[in-house]
Design a protein around this ligand. Structure first.
Ligand SMILES: NC(=O)c1ccc[n+]([C@@H]2O[C@H](COP(=O)([O-])OP(=O)(O)OC[C@H]3O[C@@H](n4cnc5c(N)ncnc54)[C@H](O)[C@@H]3O)[C@@H](O)[C@H]2O)c1
Length: 329
């Protein structure tokens, strides 16, 4: 048995690879085109196949050669504003290529699929916390490209007899607590990453979009999940499927919201550095609050170990610092 991790050289995928290796029970192969990932994010014992998830000959050969029984599909384009500017590019990268990958997996008899989805499939939910059975209503091409992939996977599973877990991530943050990997893409837009860059003097200031939302301090409320905890949710999902469990769609978050301004305060306190914060008008399409109802994944046996926001910020700072030193080499 072996797991094929697509996008395993990226931020979340590289943490998944470590989670599997740390759990000690899997052979892991990564397929990544290195468009936003880094080969150095992987431990040397992991085989990296450099290529595209839609290259059906390459994927089929990889599945056969390694006896892959499970696929964890992380590879995607992930920047919401880019998806608005280039919707056809996003539907191609995220939906069309996922279709090709799943077709290959079906042909080659892969038994289980774990898919990286997103809270963006909920759009602007008016329910807090958000349950998985809320009708999905994405408001941008990124969210729609992911929701279409969810539907394809569910339909193909029914027709062809594999099982799947779809994980809808809320706001992913932090880095491997042992400093082995972290978020390395230079133009990431995630709040905690951007705030740590401001604290380290790599950005002149930080923009906050909207301070008149109906939340305690007027800024948006989000559910930040630490990336190693998220990776561990995938490991739990994989065990569930391999033990004969049914297909599921599950939120991944802690069920606790922090406001943008609270996060900025934590970054300033933990780093001991002040930086300029500019209060800007709201951006279209930002819901006031999104917090996960996360009972399903917890009921599967997932126990978060890194939910403390100070710790998440400290990891992000340490990783950003290490990344700066690496980039100077
Ligand atoms: N980062 C978040 O906050 C977040 C939130 C919700 C969902 N997700 C989902 O998690 C997954 C991983 O996101 P991430 O933050 O690690 O992004 P990332 O950009 O760091 O990782 C994506 C990886 O996929 C690779 N890749 C992209 N297209 C490919 C292709 N066609 N063939 C092979 N490899 C390809 C990239 O090189 C990269 O290594 C994505 O599916 C994303 O939609 C991320």
């Amino acid at each position: 048995m072996a797991v094929l991790v697509t996008g395993g050289a990226g931020y979340i995928g590289s943490h998944m690879v470590l989670a599997l290796l740390d759990a000690g029970h899997d052979r892991v192969v990564v397929l990544d085109d290195l468009s936003t990932g880094f080969d150095w994010a992987l431990p040397p014992e992991v085989e990296l196949v450099v290529g595209d998830v839609a290259d059906q000959a390459l994927v089929a050969e990889t599945i056969r050669r390694h006896g892959i029984d499970a696929l964890a599909h992380f590879a995607a384009r992930i920047v919401v504003p880019d998806s608005v500017a280039d919707p056809l590019g996003y539907y191609f990268a995220n939906t069309v290529k996922t279709r090709a990958l799943i077709e290959t997996a079906v042909r080659e008899g892969v038994r289980h699929v774990i898919f990286s989805s997103t809270a963006a499939v909920y759009g602007e939910p008016d329910v807090v916390p958000v349950p998985e059975d809320l009708v999905a209503a994405p408001i941008n091409p990124y969210g729609r490209s992911k929701l279409m992939s969810e539907w394809m996977i569910a339909d193909a599973a029914k027709a062809h007899g594999f099982t799947y877990v779809i994980l809808r991530y809320f706001n992913v943050a932090g880095a491997d607590p042992r400093g082995r990997t972290g978020q390395s893409t230079p133009n990431a837009t995630h709040l905690i990453k951007v705030a740590t860059q401001a604290a380290l003097g790599q950005r002149s200031h930080l923009d906050v979009y909207g301070t008149d939302y109906p939340t305690p301090d007027g800024s948006c409320l989000r559910d930040y999940i630490q990336v190693s905890d998220l990776a561990d949710a995938h490991r739990v999902a994989l065990d569930h499927l391999r033990n004969g469990g049914e297909s599921l769609t599950m939120n991944c978050g802690y069920g606790q919201g922090y406001s943008v301004l609270e996060v900025i305060d934590v970054v300033k306190r933990v780093s001991g550095r002040d930086f300029e914060v500019r209060l800007c008008p709201r951006r279209p399409g930002d819901p006031a609050r999104i917090v996960a109802q996360a009972d399903r994944i917890r009921n599967l046996g997932w126990t978060p170990r890194h939910a403390d926001l100070d710790g998440i910020v400290a990891q992000a700072l340490a990783w950003e610092d290490a990344l700066t030193k690496r980039n100077r080499l």
